[in-house]
Design a protein around this ligand. Structure first.
Ligand SMILES: Nc1ncnc2c1ncn2[C@@H]1O[C@H](COP(=O)(O)OP(=O)(O)O)[C@@H](O)[C@H]1O
Ligand SMILES: Nc1ccn([C@@H]2O[C@H](COP(=O)(O)OP(=O)(O)O)[C@@H](O)[C@H]2O)c(=O)n1
Length: 314
């Protein structure tokens, strides 16, 4: 009996540390309320550690877009129809750190936040799934247990593929063998339901006002950018394109209301509500710089992987 146990121990140890490589990959779950910085932080952390990235909310947003495009407005009575549509659709998340289009800016400081494109049935819907009609409906779609189960299997499959890509990338580059591959996934129930055994769980939060102002800033700069682009392309005699683009920019109060309603729905729903996992590290970034939050999460991950910290000076 003891001999069998000893042999099993030797076999497990050999497998775990073959070529000095821990076989187990590393998963970072980042949860939190709307606009708390989850996705931008997760992408920058993934870039810093060479991990894959999955934006789990984008899949609920794709499901919402499918509903809107099929004229489904009453989710509760058409849930099965929507589940069928989700099962027949393909969703892909293109996270390409090496061909990043996002340059460091005032918020991100020296850090690059890689761009992510979301493909629904091979169509790039990245911008469309962030529009107000999707924002208004997505929490309702995400409150249905059957729809969540359908979305969950898409999320897990995407995470597995991203993790494998991250490991292969290391192998190709002949990267340090003792560094595991991994994935960073952000959402509402990643540490509680999707990956309850994640090696690192972060609950990212910020004050309601800070979150509303950040989202407002983000939306306004995007709208202004679109207006400028449209103006420079407009050569006709018709009204300048800039005048035809939406002039009614949402106010900070509008955005604060939308975030509050969505958070309320996410916290109070029956299935996988937004909760702080008991073993999560809570980070309130209201007064933190972007760099501080990214570097502290990356170093927490390094600690747990048994690697040297890199940013003790920040
Ligand atoms: N510490 C920070 N200080 C200022 N702005 C931040 C900070 N962290 C994130 N942001 C900005 O807040 C906005 C919302 O972040 P995002 O990552 O989209 O949030 P979420 O994924 O939680 O909805 C983005 O414009 C992002 O650049
Ligand atoms: N893991 C997740 C991710 C998102 N969601 C739902 O999807 C919505 C949109 O998520 P998101 O991450 O794109 O939202 P933002 O925080 O970026 O505004 C959330 O408000 C939730 O209703 C969820 O229920 N579970």
């Amino acid at each position: 009996m003891l001999r069998t146990q000893a042999a099993l121990f030797r076999w497990t140890t050999r497998r775990l540390f073959a070529h000095g490589t821990p076989v187990r990959n590393f998963t970072i779950a980042i949860d939190g309320p709307a606009a708390s910085g989850k996705s931008s932080t997760a992408r920058a952390v993934a870039l810093e550690l060479g991990f894959g990235y999955i934006d789990s909310g984008s899949i609920y947003r794709c499901a919402t877009l499918l509903a809107l495009r099929s004229g489904i407005t009453d989710i509760s009575s058409h849930a099965n129809q929507l589940i069928d549509l989700i099962n027949k659709s393909s969703v892909d998340i293109k996270f390409q750190p090496s061909s990043s289009r996002s340059a460091p800016n005032l918020i991100t400081g020296r850090l690059t936040v890689p761009d992510v494109r979301i493909l629904l049935n091979d169509e790039d819907v990245s911008d469309e799934i962030r529009k107000p009609d999707v924002n208004r409906m997505v929490a309702k779609v995400a409150s249905d247990g059957g729809i969540r189960a359908a979305v969950m299997s898409v999320q897990r499959a995407l995470a597995k593929a991203a993790e494998t890509r991250s490991t292969e990338m290391r192998d190709k580059k002949g990267a340090v063998k003792s560094v595991p591959g991994g994935v960073v996934m952000d959402g509402r129930d990643i540490g509680t339901t999707i990956f309850p055994n994640a090696e690192l769980k972060i609950y990212l939060d910020a004050s309601a006002m800070a979150r509303a102002i950040r989202r407002w800033d983000e939306m306004n700069s995007k709208l202004k950018e679109e207006a400028t682009k449209a103006k420079s392309l407009d050569t006709s005699d018709a009204a300048p394109a800039a005048e035809r683009t939406p002039t009614e920019y949402p106010s900070v109060e509008d955005i604060a209301r939308e975030l509050e309603e969505r958070d309320y729905a996410d916290i109070n729903r029956q299935h996988s509500p937004l909760r702080i996992a008991t073993d999560a590290v809570v980070i309130d970034n209201t007064s933190m710089t972007f760099e501080q939050q990214v570097y502290s999460i990356a170093d927490l991950a390094r600690d747990r992987m048994g690697l040297e910290r890199k940013h003790d000076d920040v």
